[in-house]
Design a protein around this ligand. Structure first.
Ligand code: SAM
Length: 271
């Protein structure tokens, strides 16, 4: 039997296993929201107690969240087939596998230990590059500049682990160096941070959410030129909602009333 990959990740970095597992679990369902054979394969080859995340709402929540970011990235690629997508805090995300159109360029950025794990499963190609580093230190931005414009920056479930000052630095340096491009990330409100010890998946790790943001429009004041183009709660983005199976469409309006759903927003900005 081939030996499984051991993981040696910091507390925040370990959270990358939650959305990976979410996509693998979803793929096993008879009518899955996403089919992600790569996630299934990775989960099967990593030595980790994934089952501890079973039963919580976060797994399907992470799938729904990913669908919204996929939708925005796909929309960008439809308009700019040879543009560059920058996946910040990529973890073991398989967005490139889901959305590659054969002509786009792609950068995956993550902290060194997460990137070491990622490199065991993914390889650089002419159009796809993995970079090791923090979104807060700007060294990686020069590498982005070497790829073709325009750019779409996506940070899914990443900035919430930074403190506000670092989240602001990260956003400001992207917006100031790449004006006129797009940036998507999620904001989690104070309600979630206050109740994070009850979060069904996070409480099984030692990661801490640090940046609370109740109003994604606040980010517009961080850097001249940033504009909030779209913001929705999970499962409420109209193009994604339309594609959901009927039971989800029926349930979603009620779920959206939950305080955790109201405090959790997916946002698309123009830089
Ligand atoms: C919840 S995981 C999300 C992973 C991935 N975005 C996904 O949706 O599957 C959080 C990710 O943020 C990364 N991360 C945390 N702080 C970071 C930083 N300062 N710079 C870059 N990545 C960071 C972690 O290593 C981890 O991969």
């Amino acid at each position: 039997m081939t030996e499984k990959h051991r993981v040696d990740l910091g507390p925040v970095q370990e959270t990358l296993l939650i959305p990976l597992y979410g996509r693998a679990v979803e793929s096993r369902k008879p009518r899955p929201l996403v089919r992600d054979p790569r996630a299934t394969e990775l989960v099967g080859s990593i030595d980790y107690d994934f089952a501890k995340f079973d039963g919580g709402r976060s797994l399907v929540g992470s799938v729904l969240r990913g669908m919204v970011f996929d939708h925005w990235v796909a929309q960008f690629l439809a308009e700019h087939p040879a543009g560059t997508v920058v996946e910040i805090g990529a973890g073991l995300n398989t967005r490139f596998e889901r959305l590659d159109n054969g002509s786009c360029h792609w950068i995956d950025l993550d902290l060194p230990d997460s990137m070491r794990l990622r490199r065991r499963f993914f390889a650089d190609t002419e159009r796809r590059t993995m970079l090791s580093g923090s979104v807060v230190d700007g060294a990686w931005l020069a590498e982005v500049r070497d790829r073709p414009a325009p750019y779409f920056f996506v940070a899914e479930a990443v900035l919430i682990y930074l403190d506000r000052a670092d989240a602001r630095t990260a956003v400001r340096q992207i917006a100031s160096r790449f004006p006129g491009n797009q940036l998507a990330f999620d904001t989690w409100g104070r309600w979630i941070l206050r109740n994070q010890h009850r979060h069904d998946a996070l409480k099984k790790t030692s990661a801490t959410l640090r940046w609370a943001c109740d109003d994604p429009r606040d980010i517009e004041s961080w850097q001249p030129g940033i504009r909030l183009v779209e913001s929705s709660t999970v499962g409420a983005q109209p193009d994604v909602l339309r594609r959901l199976p009927l039971p989800y469409r029926i349930l979603m309006p009620a779920l959206r009333l939950l305080p955790q759903a109201r405090a959790y927003r997916l946002n698309l900005y123009q830089t």
